[in-house]
Structures are given as C-alpha cells and as structure tokens.
Design a protein around this ligand. Structure first.
Ligand code: BTN
Length: 260
C-alpha cells in the first residue's frame, strides 16, 4: 500500500486497508462522517456486499482484484456530479494504457472495457452531504486484475474480462492502484478547476460506443435503439434515433447491437 500512494501529491495520503468489508463505499462514508480528509482512500482485499450502479452487485473475491473508494470534497462550483464517472473512467483507462499497454476503452456511463467490449472495471459515484453541510463525492472503483476466465462466475464469463486475460500475465495489484491514483489525482484537479472540456475530449478519444448501434435500457425498463453520437456536458449519452432524431439519456445500460 505504501508504494501505491507514493506517486500522488495528496490523493490517498490518508488511507485505510481492510482485509474484508461490506463495501469500500460504506467504509469511506463512515470515515468522512468521522472526519476523513479530502482525498482519503479505502482499499479492501474482499467485499461481501460490493455494489454497482442501478442496484447491481460487484463480484469481489479476495486477493485477486482491486476494490477502492476515494472520498473527495466537492468545490463550491463544480461541473455536474454525473461527469465524475466519465473522469474516473478516463483516469483508469489512461493509466492502464500508458503503464501496462492495455488496449482499453471507456464505455458510458461508468465502465472501462477491453477491445472486445468486455468489462474490465466499473465505477460507482455517490454524492452526499456531511453533517456540516459540505458536499462530498465517493468515487468507488473495482478493477478485475488477476482473474482467469474460469474464475468468473458463469453469468459474468461472457461479459467480463481482467488485466490478466487482456495482457496474458499477472500484475502486482498495488502497482496498478498507484498508477490509477496518480492519473485520478491529475484528472480531478482539471475537473475541479472546471476543465470539463478536457475531460469530454479525452472521453471522446477512447469512447467505445461512439458510432456504434446501441440498445439502451433505461432504469424504468424502456428500451431505445440508436447510433451513439457521444456524451454531453451533463454526462448524458446522446443517441441518434430513427428519423434522425437526437436524444440525450441521463442513465441506462447500453449494449452494442450487431448490425444486420
Ligand atoms: C458498476 O459497474 O456498476 C460499478 C461497480 C463499482 C464497484 C466498486 S468496487 C469498490 C467500490 N465499492 C463498491 O461497493 N463498489 C465500488
């Protein structure tokens, strides 16, 4: 762990490492309520109730992957919270590309995927106010690191991947963590200073959905199909629907449709 936080200036300098917890999100929230500083980091070896977006669970076996949450104080005027998962996705993808040469992409709203579209990492952003009224964001990141295909449960085998599968070798997890934290710190500084344009441009360059025919299932179950045009300043997905109608969607699950 010490080595993981040596690459940063302030992010993760206060950290907690837990052998097992329900969710690093819960731990980080409790810690903020007891006075954790801006940039506090919670890492767990295993989560018993790791959670994802839209009420889903996050597969969190011990000793193989990375599960961590950073707690960040929101500046008084910041870009919308919905853009934070874009920022975290870019931070993860750029770190893995530049340090490990992994061919990974970002997928709206909160995924990092391999070039076959399988999910490598998931991001969960939750906002809340502490008792003095300060706004905080919890950025929770799960990265599949040293898992082979048969170590995934059946229901994930076709849709998930790991760095080991992509690169054909095992990686030192805390080295991976260190590179992600350094990248996240730099991207947070830009975002907090209002440089949303830069985040959106970086997202566009690695956007896995862009130009593809997408099926989008909304949280209420409604389904739309259209070509992904990109992501808006609010962090919404823009689709071109039939009849050339463009529409923005704040939330949902996007899957790529094979044409034909
Ligand atoms: C998603 O893909 O829906 C988001 C998954 C986020 C998983 C991470 S693991 C660390 C942190 N703790 C959690 O319970 N969830 C996030």
């Amino acid at each position: 762990m010490e080595a993981a936080v040596q690459r940063t200036k302030w992010l993760g300098k206060s950290w907690k490492f837990l052998e097992v917890t329900t969710s690093t999100q819960d731990e980080a929230k409790k810690w903020v309520q007891k006075g954790a500083p801006h940039g506090a980091l919670v890492v767990a070896e295993e989560q018993t109730r790791g959670r994802g977006r839209l009420g889903r669970s996050w597969f969190s076996p011990p000793g193989k992957n990375l599960y961590f949450t950073v707690a960040l104080k929101l500046p008084t005027s910041s870009p919308p919270l919905s853009t934070l998962s874009l920022l975290a996705g870019i931070a993860v993808a750029e770190a893995l590309r530049s340090h490990f040469n992994a061919q990974v992409f970002v997928k709206w709203a909160n995924d990092v995927v391999g070039c076959d579209g399988r999910k490598l990492a998931g991001i969960l952003v939750e906002g809340f106010k502490d008792c003095s009224g300060t706004d905080w964001a919890l950025i929770g990141i799960g990265v599949n690191v040293n898992l082979t295909e048969d170590e995934f449960p059946n229901e994930l085998r076709e849709i998930a991947t790991s760095l080991q599968i992509l690169l054909g070798k095992q990686l030192e997890r805390f080295q991976v963590l260190g590179t992600i934290l350094a990248s996240l710190e730099a991207w947070w500084e830009d975002w907090a200073e209002g440089m949303l344009e830069k985040v959106l441009k970086a997202f566009e360059a690695l956007d896995w959905l862009k130009g593809k025919l997408v099926r989008l299932t909304l949280p209420d179950g409604a389904v739309f199909e259209g070509v992904a045009i990109g992501v808006t300043e609010e962090g919404h997905l823009r689709l071109r629907l039939s009849g050339d109608l463009e529409r923005d969607f704040p939330a949902g699950e996007a899957t790529v449709r094979v044409r034909g």
